[in-house]
Design a protein around this ligand. Structure first.
Ligand code: APR
Length: 248
């Protein structure tokens, strides 16, 4: 779970604190009993953070996407849809029936960058795998931001076409493909929120499954930043034994 101990996390955490210090008068929190509390992230361990857009819950939490029990999981795939040894793609192929998934991917052929296609999960708790191809980071000069945004939105629309109502994403392109985490996180949050706002009836829940502390912390900062700039709803902050609702 996310412990604010490493120096990298410490820096990100400081960024988040700066936001709160600037905006503190406009924020308050409620604990799980509905009591007003002063929101403080200092020395605490955030397990998950969620906010609602048009009634759809968008939630970032730590985890392994192959354990997800909702309708669909997203694979950070490559254009040839071939199994990888590492990354989320490797984990998904290993958790699935490898040969059957391999065959289904071969039958699909290829998938261009920014797009997505679907196979069954072949043995995982989720029903579907949405194979979504994020861009390789090339310094920001190759339309990466638009391609990454399209990857998230196309993954959601492909999942909707097979009837999925809940879906989990990894942090696409931020591993092997080298996309800078902060910018990729901002794009992911905005793309998912925009899709939810334009398609309020497609999903009930959209999760971002973070595989490491840095990624979760970046989502904590990114969701908080979005909320502070655009406080139309509330943000639920989950700690191990308590929850807070942040409202403007
Ligand atoms: N659950 C959730 N997230 C995971 C898991 C998992 N089981 N395993 C890895 N991740 C995280 C990584 O830590 C990273 O934050 O997924 C994020 C994306 O990393 P990659 O899997 O490397 O994906 P990406 O950067 O999009 O690269 C895609 O890598 O595996 C190959 O075939 C894949 O060629 C494609 C490329």
């Amino acid at each position: 779970m996310a412990q604010y101990q490493s120096s990298i996390i410490g820096n990100l955490f400081q960024e988040l604190l700066d936001y709160f210090q600037k905006k503190a008068p406009f924020l308050n929190g409620r604990d799980q009993h509905g009591n007003l509390v002063e929101f403080s992230v200092n020395n605490k361990m955030v397990e998950a953070l969620s906010f609602d857009v048009s009634g759809i819950t968008i939630r970032a939490a730590m985890g392994d996407i192959t354990d997800y029990t909702g309708d669909a999981i997203v694979n950070a795939a490559n254009t040839m849809l071939v199994a990888a040894a590492g990354g989320v793609c490797g984990c998904i192929f290993r958790a699935s029936d490898f040969d059957t998934l391999n065959k289904a991917c071969e039958e699909l052929g290829a998938c261009p960058t920014g797009e997505a296609c679907v196979t069954p999960s072949f043995g995982m708790p989720a029903t579907w795998i949405v194979h979504a191809v994020g861009p390789v980071w090339k310094g920001g000069f190759s339309n990466e931001a638009t391609l990454l945004e399209n990857t998230y939105k196309n993954a959601l629309s492909q999942a909707h076409l097979v009837g999925a109502r809940s879906i989990a994403f990894p942090a696409i392109s931020t591993g092997t493909y080298g996309y800078p985490l902060k910018e990729a996180t901002r794009i992911a949050i905005n793309a998912i929120a925009e899709y939810a706002s334009s398609n309020p009836n497609h999903f009930t829940k959209i999760e971002i499954v973070c595989f490491d502390d840095d990624t979760l912390q970046m989502y904590v900062a990114g969701i908080t930043e979005r909320f502070i700039k655009n406080p139309e709803g509330s943000v639920l902050v989950e700690y191990p034994n308590e929850t807070f609702t942040l409202s403007a």
